[in-house]
Design a protein around this ligand. Structure first.
Ligand code: PBG
Length: 342
């Protein structure tokens, strides 16, 4: 006959609290925990950022173990793999040949540049995956800033004029979502208007709405080669990490200007901002788990200090709990594979 292990007689002197509520009841077993689970991470939550390089050889990124700059051919193969895993979107970031970088980032406007070629190649080979492109000048400028630099000042409106043209080249190359990451004022509205006028009304805009001036972008800057080019810092356009009301203001503006989706970046250190924007606006809200966050988890895991897979999954659940609709993460294919295996 069945005997409940929990009904085993305890000695009379053992302590007994008189509790109506015992929250542990809902955690007593795997099935009970699954039954009351509030948030679920699925492959539909993932956007995979990849790095691109010219030439025939992929280039490992020392500060991001497991991540490489991919040739266009390999990027297509990885897009195929991502689509097979049902990852909805892949995001493209170019490493631009230093010889092509100049003060105004003119290579950004080249309709045959690396991003445009990768976009076309992926669209042709893997129509099922969405492509997101980053709109900003930093991979192309000789000074590493996201905009036009004059006498130490980043010119806002002059930069926006170039970003609009950059976004149009991305759309023409097949980008499904353009994501302005530059933090210039008024760029979302200007890009929306230009896309519509050019017949790209279906191209979505994911605005880097609350993008903070952050130390966590370090490994990314190695990946796209701006660690060496960047003069000074980006604090006159990226946000001050002391602020969160300002993020609300930025979101109001981006949404009013036509952003389809808003984003907070970095991710884990800014979950309060994710939660606040989602609660305030109720609009599609994304978080970018940036390079430094990836590298911290990888470095600790490689040292045997934490379980990398567990930390990866836990960190992504944190975004879901905060209300994010999706996460840009370098872990995307690894997570997708893990989720597939169950
Ligand atoms: C640049 C851009 C950056 C990232 C995405 N787009 C870095 C920066 O602003 O210097 C960071 C992504 C990451 O760290 O993973 N427009």
């Amino acid at each position: 006959p069945f005997e409940r292990p929990d009904a085993k007689a305890r000695p009379a002197e053992s302590p007994r609290l008189s509790l109506t509520e015992r929250p542990r009841r809902n955690r007593k077993s795997d099935w009970a925990r699954r039954l009351v689970r509030e948030n679920t991470l699925t492959v539909d939550d993932l956007i995979w950022p990849i790095f691109l390089t010219e030439g025939t050889d992929c280039v490992p990124i020392a500060a991001m173990p497991g991540v490489e700059r991919l040739t266009v051919d390999r990027a297509v193969a990885e897009a195929e793999r991502a689509a097979a895993l049902d990852i909805p979107v892949i995001a493209l970031f170019p490493y631009t040949d230093p010889a092509l970088r100049d003060p105004t980032g003119s290579e950004a406007l080249n309709a045959q540049n690396l991003v445009a070629r990768a976009c076309r190649a992926i669209k042709a080979a893997v129509p099922a995956i969405g492509i997101l492109t980053d709109v900003a000048l930093d991979p192309y400028t000789s000074h590493g800033h996201d905009g036009v630099l004059e006498d130490g000042v980043i010119l806002n409106d002059e930069t926006v004029a170039l970003l609009v043209r950059q976004a149009l080249t991305h759309a023409a190359a097949g980008a499904d979502i353009v994501a302005p990451s530059d933090m210039m004022d008024g760029r979302v509205g200007a890009i929306r208007e230009a896309l519509d006028a050019a017949g790209f009304a279906d191209v979505q805009i994911m605005a880097y709405t609350a993008k903070y001036a952050s130390a966590f972008y370090g490994p990314f800057r190695e990946a796209i080669g701006t660690a060496v080019t960047l003069q000074g810092d980006k604090r006159t356009y990226q946000m001050d990490y002391a602020n969160s009301d300002e993020a609300v203001r930025e979101a109001e503006l981006d949404l009013a200007e036509g952003a389809d989706m808003i984003m907070v970046k970095p991710g884990l250190p800014y979950l309060d901002v994710v939660a606040r924007l989602k609660a305030t606006f109720g609009r599609p809200t994304f978080a970018y788990q940036v390079s430094g966050e990836y590298s911290m988890i990888m470095a600790a895991a490689q040292n045997g200090w934490i379980d990398g897979d567990k930390a990866m999954i836990e960190s992504l659940y944190a975004f879901k709990r905060a209300g994010a609709d999706g996460i840009l993460t370098y872990f995307a294919p690894r997570v997708a594979e893990k989720l597939k295996k169950g």
